[in-house]
Unconditional design. Structure first.
Lengths: 313, 271
């Protein structure tokens, strides 16, 4: 304005007490986005945030329906952490999560390397392999109970018999039940990881393969020096998803063994379910859930930090 | 096209009866392991149930009797319940998502950043293509006619303006590349200057080319350029980009001044 040598125009007069012009419009402008967001925020609040806050609150209380909750401080945490069955369930959870994570990532990677490509027959094989992931867990559990039938003529025992391995008890023995549940988790999780790996492999620049081949690298060295470094971010995502899936596993164990036999497949989620909904110990169950939540958050942060460090290198 | 370089292991490139046989056997094995149990379940659904603990992949006496029994026991009602729950849930999910996405993508409001914390991202516009075939055309200048034969893409300040609009809408930031493979000091400096002006704080970094170790293979630079010699070539483009004007190559002992924004290299070499 100074450059053009003109004075600013006078603001228009308005009646005393009237709202300044534009306030209503600004209010509408600011309120309108929140109205669009309201349904999502409402759903998040009702089904996610409120239950989470309520669970945190319950973990510090002795929950007594109709009588009023009683504040007990950290007693629920002390009780759950000193409980042998919780420690055992936590151990099973870690073993199961580790086994399912490593197993499904390894199997998923092998499948991805085997089934990567654009040929039409590969599309068919990939679709067939992906079926376990999209099948309902209830169906998968019923199916694997039949496959694991412990008689000599059970489906899997029959197949094992072809290669000279003896009859196994699978879900019916405390020594093999956890591994059997883990195998189901790997069978169901590997195709999911395979799809993520295939998407990652599709993004690898083909000229890098050509450059590596020109330098004399064979398939294994191409894999090690080109494909795996390019897949580093994908590994981070897959590890996080698989670990969370493993730690929060409930349905497959509930339907396959319900924690048995003799507590050999009891994990934190099934124990929390039993404590809360069968024994009505909602405060202790909430404390157990919080321990699992903290473990999941810590694990996620560790993986994210590892990813960031890897990305910086 | 060498099919062995189409994929990481290049399995499709192996020809000959033995290779095809091994590949087919491997595919059959994975289909048997992952789809076999579900196929057995399907076959069982069409077979008379004599022993509920047995599964078979080979159908005998196919019959729809199991389905008739299921229908008699009210499975259609359960199916309808499932459709109502899934359909209703899906409809609700789509409506809520569209509504939230509209607000986040098209509206500017206080608190947007807070909500976007779940989805804020960085956009990287750079890579091998940039070094291979992308030419910067400064404001007000026509593109060269005829274009050099290597040029496949033209980038202008208008494109950077469009990028700015996208970044403003999404709340994202961007890292944008300057062509170093086909380096032109004047164009590089002009592009860096225009991007700084247009993108402002939305510009996270300017990427100086991409993977110089690939240049020789793509005939962008002579074969004498190696990993050990290339860093000595960096100061000239870096300095001219940061000062906004073409600069002669400084003596080797002189280092360029501190850049006004972070300069990155995808090789980890000094930039």
């Amino acid at each position: 304005l100074r450059r053009h040598g003109r004075a600013p125009p006078h603001p228009p007069r308005r009646p005393a007490g009237a709202a300044p012009p534009g306030v209503g419009a600004a209010l509408t402008r600011h309120a309108s986005p929140w109205l669009w967001l309201a349904p999502a925020l409402l759903l998040f609040t009702v089904f996610k945030f409120v239950p989470m806050v309520r669970a945190i609150s319950m973990s510090f209380k002795e929950v007594r329906p109709y009588l009023g909750d009683r504040w007990v401080g950290l007693d629920n945490y002390r009780q759950i952490l000193s409980d042998g069955s919780f420690r055992s369930a936590a151990g099973h959870t870690v073993v199961l999560a580790l086994g399912e994570t490593i197993g499904s990532i390894a199997a998923g990677l092998v499948l991805a390397l085997l089934l990567e490509g654009t040929a039409k027959h590969l599309w068919f094989v990939r679709t067939a392999v992906f079926l376990p992931t999209v099948t309902a867990m209830a169906v998968v559990a019923a199916l694997w109970r039949i496959i694991y039938y412990p008689a000599a003529d059970g489906a899997l025992n029959n197949v094992l018999g072809w290669i000279g391995l003896g009859r196994a008890q699978f879900l019916d023995s405390p020594h093999t039940s956890l591994w059997s549940v883990m195998a189901v988790g790997v069978w169901r999780g590997a195709p999911y990881d395979m799809m993520i790996f295939i998407a990652g492999l599709a993004g690898v620049d083909r000229t890098l393969y050509e450059a590596a081949a020109a330098d004399g690298a064979g398939p294994v060295r191409r894999l090690w020096h080109v494909a795996f470094p390019a897949l580093r971010p994908v590994f981070g995502i897959v590890v996080t998803l698989a670990a969370i899936r493993g730690l929060r596993g409930f349905t497959e164990i509930f339907l396959l063994t319900n924690g048995g036999p003799n507590g050999s497949t009891e994990v934190i989620m099934t124990l929390v379910y039993k404590l809360g909904l069968e024994r009505n110990e909602l405060g202790i169950a909430s404390a157990g859930s919080m321990v699992l939540l903290v473990a999941t958050i810590v694990l996620t942060l560790v993986v994210q930090t590892w990813r960031r460090r890897g990305a910086r290198r | 096209v060498n099919r062995r370089l189409d994929t990481a292991l290049g399995l499709d490139g192996f020809r000959g009866p033995f290779a095809v046989l091994v590949r087919t056997a491997l595919y059959a094995l994975v289909v048997f392991i992952f789809a076999g149990p579900l196929l057995a379940l399907l076959v069982s659904a069409f077979s008379p149930v004599t022993d509920p603990t047995r599964l078979t992949l080979i159908p005998h006496h196919l019959t729809p009797a199991n389905f008739r029994t299921a229908v008699d026991q009210g499975v259609l009602r359960y199916l309808l319940n499932s459709l109502i729950v899934v359909g209703g849930g899906l409809l609700l999910q789509i409506m809520v998502s569209i509504s939230a996405a509209f607000a986040l993508a098209r509206k500017q409001f206080p608190g947007l950043r807070l909500v976007m914390l779940l989805g804020v991202s960085n956009l990287r516009i750079a890579g091998n293509t940039l070094d291979r075939d992308t030419l910067w055309v400064p404001q007000g200048q026509p593109p060269p006619d005829p274009k050099p034969d290597w040029v496949q893409d033209l980038v202008t300040p208008n494109d950077i303006q469009r990028l700015r609009r996208l970044l403003d809408t999404t709340g994202w930031k961007a890292e944008v590349g300057v062509n170093l493979g086909r380096w032109d000091a004047a164009l590089g400096a002009d592009q860096a200057k225009a991007m700084t002006k247009i993108l402002g704080r939305k510009l996270v970094a300017v990427e100086c080319g991409n993977e110089p170790d690939q240049w020789e293979g793509k005939a962008l630079r002579p074969g004498t350029r190696t990993r050990s010699t290339t860093p000595t070539g960096w100061p000239a483009p870096t300095r001219s980009a940061t000062t906004g004007s073409p600069a002669p190559t400084p003596p080797a002992h002189r280092r360029p001044g501190p850049p006004r924004w972070p300069l990155t290299s995808t090789t980890g070499w000094p930039c």
